[in-house]
Design a protein. Sequence first.
Length: 222
Amino acid sequence: MTRILVVDDEPQILRALRINLAARHYEVAVAADGSGALRQAAEWRPDLIVLDLGLPDIDGVDVIHGLRGWTRTPIVVLSGRAGNEDKVGALDAGADDYVTKPFGIEELLARIRAVSRRTGVHEAEPAAVRLGDRIVDLVGKTVSGGVRLTPTEWHILEILLRNPGKLIPQRYLLAEVWGSNHVKETHYLRQYMAQLRRKLERDPAHPQHLITEPGMGYRYTP
């Protein structure tokens, strides 16, 4: 049975979607705010998430960024924001589709089926990762031992941690973190990787986990 997490702060929408999805043999959980959505996603591991953007505590786009730090679970945005900037922002953050309110339940169900076919069922990656002596919580964006990371350090680290053992090319990291106009600025990466090693590696001069592949890119080795 496909598990769907519905996130919306309007009780009547939560109730209507829970009833309609359950009637079509989906297993359904609900959350009324962003923090509840992140917690439910980590604990319940849904196969798909239906997400409103106008949440009372955390903006929906920030929730998408938080989820994409550790899971590739398909996300269908369901929002009253109909502007192109809102749609582009949500899709660029990692949403798989966008449905505007008011909506027809049959259209939403068709979008859910289409996204499920297109993406398949993804297993969520771990919400927390051990890196040497530290535990990196990719949901709460915290590191054990009181280590603090900048937003840019987090962005780089998340890409590496969700691709364990894989070589991540320099150009890919530069484009993802700084944009396609900066794919030759390799000194950016050298600087930030040095900072991450100082904060996370037991011996920054001889890293065991955040590895440089000279001339190619970087790799996280568990």
